[in-house]
Design a protein. Structure first.
Length: 441
RNA sequence: GUGGCCGUAGCUCAGUUAGGCAGAGCACCUGGUUGUGGUCCAGGAUGUCGCGGGUUCAAAUCCCGUCGGCCACCCCA
């Protein structure tokens, strides 16, 4: 009989303890931050009717969608993000929930695209969104959430780049290029990569005049402090309603972010941030890690005021963000922020003598009842080998009880990061472990 | 989806140009006397060379296919 080769699909991965532990910690931190703003948890199915998802993201997401016929002949698809299912969810349940509605949602999503570092076919997003208000306070809060999130994750160097789609739309109106917005966005997006001249020739090939190109590049080339950029905007984007709305939104968001006490350099107005999924309407943002710019955005989002209108007549504008868990973990791995040792229990109990198994089981459970995490070695191997195991695993304390200690009613507590050990009364073990762990931390 | 590079021990890789017994470092296991890890010393085990086929007396090496990874385009978390 031949064995089946164990393997995983392209873009689908197993998670080992080290990364899974980091993943759980990131999720825990994000959950705490989201909750601190009043977001509440929801969940939705991985599979939806295709009509719910199809045509909602972009041509690209349509192409990448995992879509098939289920056993009952239904045309179904796996979600490619958590925002479109949210729009369906809110249209279906808004009566019960009321607005504004703030929710967070963590789960896997699927896109059948080509893989690369930090880019998988199955990946996890951790979203937060505010539905049912057009108030720019929600836009401000969204950016502040992102800021607090990365601060809480202890990732010191990050910048949230934000923009309003209305800026570029306003300019395009002024230039009568509204119909070319997709193509212009695409070229602009490459500015950093191919330079102003590259963008110029692309736009020219697309039929834009030199004058039009000059104005587009003038907007895209804006740099410097946030306030300087804002000051030069009116002259470039014109004073159409759209342009004025964009400038107004940006001004309000910047003021709000500042009022929230967020450091200026963490939130950067970046007029080249304009892409993202087709459903975005106003504010858009992407978050980059300064140390790893080419891993791409680790947290993006924006305002989508018309998305729910596909499923309901009720007006349900929304704004939110999406934390890319897999990308973030990949970045943390590269930055050496994954602690392999975090995966083990604090206390190690060697199984000193095999004929006292029950005693060790009881000891371990007593320590757990006292709030410690405890790993009991399952075999009565020689003590040296057991200690070596504990050392490799990174337990912080070993509670060693041999025949002599059992008889004396004592236990030895050994700190594994040094070689110090101390003898304590059996009854005091848990308390002493807590004290030692607390002192170290 | 298109194009390029890559896949050898648990890990990082050498060996592929020019076919000729599958290697190194780290990790692992045992020992350095009876109950104590990280250092040191001695010894040891380890491979469907991603998978399938072809060429050849002989394939890790050459050819074809396939799966997976990385990079670029594209797109994005």
């Amino acid at each position: 009989m031949s064995i089946i080769q164990p393997r995983t699909l392209k873009g689908f991965r197993d998670q080992l303890p080290a990364t899974m532990t980091a993943r759980e910690q990131v999720i825990e931190t994000a959950r705490r931050v989201y909750r601190s703003f009043g977001f509440t948890p929801i969940d939705t199915p991985a599979l939806e009717y295709s009509e719910i998802l199809f045509g909602k993201g972009s041509d690209e997401t349509d192409k990448q969608m995992y879509r098939f016929e289920d056993n009952g002949g239904r045309d179904v698809a796996m979600r490619f993000d958590l925002t479109v299912p949210l729009a369906r969810f809110i249209a279906q349940h808004v009566g019960k929930l009321g607005t504004p509605f703030k929710r967070y949602h963590v789960g896997p999503v699927w896109r059948g695209e080509n893989t690369q570092r930090g880019r998988y076919r199955e990946f996890t997003q951790f979203d937060f969104d505010t539905i049912g208000t057009e108030s720019l306070v929600a836009d401000v809060e969204t950016l502040v959430v992102v800021h607090d999130l990365f601060a809480a994750l202890d990732i010191s160097e990050f910048v949230v780049h934000f923009n309003s789609r209305d800026l570029l739309n306003g300019l395009l109106e002024k230039l009568s290029l509204e119909t070319e917005s997709e193509a212009v966005l695409r070229s602009l997006d490459k500015l950093a990569k191919i330079g102003a001249d590259g963008v110029r020739s692309e736009l020219r090939d697309g039929g834009a005049s030199d004058g039009q190109v000059d104005e587009i590049l003038a907007l895209a080339g804006l740099g410097g402090a946030n306030d300087e950029i804002v000051a030069s905007l009116p002259a470039i984007v014109g004073d159409s309603d759209t342009a004025r709305r964009g400038i107004g939104a940006i001004t309000t968001v910047l003021e709000g972010v500042r009022a929230s006490g967020v450091i200026e350099k963490r939130v950067k107005l970046d007029v080249s941030i304009a892409r993202g999924l087709a459903y975005y309407t106003g504010t858009v943002f992407e978050t980059f890690l300064t140390a790893l710019p080419d891993i791409g955005s680790v947290c993006s989002g924006g305002r989508y005021d018309d998305l729910a209108s596909l499923y309901t007549k009720q007006r349900l504008p929304g704004i939110g963000g999406s934390l890319g868990l897999d990308r973030l973990i990949a970045a943390m791995e590269e930055l050496g922020k994954i602690d392999e040792r975090a995966a083990t229990a604090q206390v190690f109990v060697p199984l000193f003598s095999s004929d006292r198994v029950s005693d060790y089981l009881r000891l371990s459970e007593e320590l757990r009842s006292a709030g410690l995490s405890v790993e009991l070695y399952p075999e009565g191997r020689k003590l040296g080998a057991q200690m070596k195991y504990a050392d490799r695993r990174g337990h912080r304390l070993a509670v060693i009880v041999g025949d002599a200690e059992w008889e004396a009613g004592t236990a030895q507590i050994k700190k594994l990061d040094t070689t110090e050990s101390e003898e304590v009364a059996y009854a005091d073990v848990a308390a002493r472990c807590h004290a030692l762990l607390g002192a170290e931390a």
